[in-house]
Design a binder for this molecule. Structure first.
Ligand code: KIV
Ligand code: NA
Length: 264
């Protein structure tokens, strides 16, 4: 997989993206044959126990990116630039993006609109492919004042369409649309020649992305409306651990299959 193949999928074949944060989830994603693995900064809430993505650092992202690359040696991997790793200084931003490529990413993703146009152009010019991200961008949670569906008002719709077009002009190879009303995501998808990848952005995007933990049901407290739980891993794992506990208490485990003997 590469950015040209991804871009050519638009209008022909839906693009499948899933997050992964560690070696086992990356192995599963690669074996399932997804088109793109995203090492999302949703690492913060799905794996590290933070309540949002804001605290996630470059160092944390790098540990998990490298683990994902080890689990998915042949996959196309996009790494999320975490809050404050880009935007404040061009030099720092480009350096951080480059560090991701040196550590196994094929591209980076950053949240935000046309204000990042020049930065994105510069990244691309030195060899760093960039994926855009518009709509509900969780790093701006404090500016939005909550997690709200985007594109409902005329101003919001115009902001999204205008910024999607500008991001395409700055060279992003694809664009994530998060929690955008279906009509607006459809309109953006039709206006752009690069693929859109939706999460909570309806049926008409060129691809879909979901969080690994939502798909496999590892997040028992929270089930976003836009996601789909295909298996209840949390309760499967809970049952396994309860059984293990019971078997140790009742001296059923270890059994004679699990022991070592001396002699021959
Ligand atoms: O971090 C993440 O999981 C993401 C996806 C929701 C697109 O950015
Ligand atoms: Na993210």
């Amino acid at each position: 997989m590469n950015i040209n193949k991804i871009m050519k999928m638009k209008g022909k074949e839906k693009i499948v993206m899933v997050t992964a944060y560690d070696t086992p989830s990356a192995k599963i994603a690669e074996k399932a044959g997804v088109d793109i693995i995203l090492v999302g900064d949703s690492l913060g809430n799905n794996v590290l126990g933070y309540s949002d993505t804001m605290p996630v650092t470059m160092q944390e992202m790098l540990i998990h990116l490298r683990a994902v690359r080890r689990g998915a040696p042949n996959s196309f991997i996009v790494a999320d630039m975490p809050f404050l790793s880009y935007g404040h200084s061009e030099e720092e931003s480009i350096k951080n993006a480059g560090i991701f490529l040196k550590n196994g990413a094929n591209a980076v993703k950053l949240e935000g609109g046309k204000v990042f146009g020049n930065l994105i152009k510069k990244m691309i010019s030195i060899g760093i492919p960039v994926m855009g991200h518009l709509g509900l961008t969780p790093q701006s949670l404090n500016v939005f004042g909550g997690y709200k569906v985007q594109g409902k008002t005329k101003a919001s719709r115009e902001y999204l369409i205008n910024n999607a077009i500008e991001l395409e002009k700055s060279g992003v190879f694809s664009l994530v649309l998060e929690m955008v009303i279906e009509e607006v995501a459809k309109e953006i998808t039709e206006k752009l020649s690069i693929p859109t990848i939706g999460i909570g952005a309806g049926r008409f995007c060129d691809g879909q992305v979901l969080v690994f933990h939502d798909i496999v049901g590892l997040n028992p407290e929270f089930q976003p409306k836009f996601s789909k739980k295909y298996v209840d891993s949390f309760n499967m794992m809970l049952n396994a651990l309860e059984k293990y506990k019971q078997e140790v208490k009742n001296e059923v485990f270890p059994s004679e299959h699990n022991i070592f003997r001396g002699g021959e």
